[in-house]
Write a protein that binds this ligand. Sequence first.
Ligand code: FE
Length: 283
Amino acid sequence: MDGSAKILRPVARRVSGMPTSDGAGVKLNRLIGTPQLDHVDPFLMLDEFRSDDADDYIAGFPEHPHRGFETVTYMLAGKMRHGDNKGHTGRLDAGSVQWMTAGRGILHSEMPEQENGLMWGFQLWVNLPAKDKMTAPRYQEIPPAEIPTASLPGGVSIKVIAGEAGGVHGPINGIATEPVMLDIAVPADGAITLPLPATHAVFLYPFQGDIAVGESPDRVAHGTLAVLGAGDAVKIAAPGGDARVLLVAGRPLNEPIARYGPFVMNTPQEIRQAAMDFQAGRF
Ligand code: FE
């Protein structure tokens, strides 16, 4: 058998998001972490926030805890101020990424640093393996200029946040689930086939334009999240016009998940412990 033969992953599942609000009343669209799609192991949640009405985002996410997983914020438009109880602070501008490994616990706030204009981005929750859930908190903050772009044939360009595409490696490192996170721009009538580890779970979210996925191919409209099936490559085409797609892949943990709000552990006892530690000021 030809060692380079690729099995294109099909669309296994499609979900449209669930409008909800979180923090102090920020309106967002939840794509993963809903009754319809609880998780895509190792990914626990995906939210898209997009509004040019300040009333939808101005209240922000005042101080709250996290334990046992990682939060990833990718800003497309707008500015967000971040601060935590260890004195770490920073501003996320459009095009930047913050990969925060909460580990054993942090208390932080995420507040918009603008009073009008478009605020648009994603927050992804990535689970940690049991052995790393109580690790020390760690931040990776990547400004837009440090996210490399892979330019591929046919005018496809890919911002590589984590993992590899077209020989370009993303800046995020040392993450247990070996994630691949790509922001892929496919021009009208263009297509790209990307090899991805067969071990990984993969989802796609076209956030501009519609795409066609796989061999058949299957149409996925923008605003619809597609969970992909088994294979070792992903083919994305843009038959209807320019498209932009978030591709996220990671190695499943296959461990029990116990979650309660901002705590994600393996057992109910560990969740009770997290709540007690939080209430006792031990974060
Ligand atoms: Fe948070």
